[in-house]
Design a protein around this ligand. Sequence first.
Ligand SMILES: [Zn+2]
Length: 455
Amino acid sequence: MTDWSGPWPAEQDQPPWLIRGARLLGGAAADLLLAGGLIAEAGSAAAGPAAAGSLPAGAQVLDATGLIALPGLVDLHTHLREPGREDAETVETGTAAAALGGFTAVHAMANTDPVADTAGVVEQIWRLGRRAGRCDVRPVGAVTTGLAGSRLAELGAMADSAARVRVFSDDGRCVSDAVLMRRALEYVKAFDGVIAQHAQEPRLTDGAQVNEGEMSGRLGLAGWPAVAEEAIIARDCLLAAHVGSALHVCHVSTAGSVEIIRWAKSKGWRVTAEVTPHHLLLTDDLVADYDPVYKVNPPLRTAADVAALRAGLADGTIDCVATDHAPHPVEAKETEWQVAAFGMTGLETALRAVQEAMVETGLLDWAGVADRMSVRPAVIGRLDGVGAELHGCPLVTGSPANLVLYDPAARDVVDPAAHASRSRNSPFAGMTLPGRVVATFLRGTPTVLNGKLAR
Ligand SMILES: [Zn+2]
């Protein structure tokens, strides 16, 4: 059996690539020479590697005229479903979806079966990611054993394992017990870990189905009040400050949450936050026809919330975009609203949705997109240090060759049937979105070329 715990397959053996005329972060056109897993040379199109006339032997050339080059995207919040729900997604199909979306690293959430709450399970997921080879898979460890919320999981053993877990979350469930949350925050300080909280006060959301407000009243569905999210975020910010530890808030969905996080950051506390592409683009008006494709946790909110989330991402209160890619088989979604599963796919549409919500509106430029979808999530996920799995680096000579080439001028209708994800529950199905991922490179090796899987 192949031992996947060894060093990466020698990137040195990969043929070099010369990328010609890509607009770095949407700015000036430049050439990038990728060799030995690194950006071996980066320069203006006039003086760059192509102009030097010294193309290395065997180099392949990619004409990137009109394309934007961004550092490979990093997702802090992906549900890969393996082990246990391979009918919804596998590490293989989920990382294919990630690569097609421009991602070079994803954090795999712990709510698998078995739960990723031991060194054994997180190492298994990490190895499956390496075997698939399409993007780096960083397992997220559970905070509590079995996600049961009663006692801490083996946080230290997961941190010390080959998977080197640094992000811990019971996502799907909230660590609602304040004492457990405090202990978890204290525990991860020793190895610079972070607790990623799914902020949902369980008693306030018992049976909740949609955002509490006009729509829940009209549809006769149990409402999901904003305060159920905001109360937990406020409590956790205070706890993180009290113990001097790092809190990350998953999928912020309300205007009030943005205000609380802004306040916590103004105090200098170690609090970071993410927002999903769907919460940046969609509102609860969509649930009017009881179509469960729009059923998600936390729920779609109001237009005022969407505006606050966009403003919070633009001004940096919300650090990053994370997909909360949550694949479900057809039978779990194409059923009655009340019994349908919560969740939406997102890896293959994330960058396009962010272009629509943030770039087309003038709220972020492409350097801002690179910051919110690569640089900052890499820092929060502790992928900015040393070692092979280094992400969120600038596109300069010497950086790991993790990057995406993107055509912002493309525009077409989202068709989940064409997605690599095993599941089809995209809320953007049938919507016209801008943009197209043309190529993705992981340490100099193409995982996507011409919009299709390269390996
Ligand atoms: Zn969640």
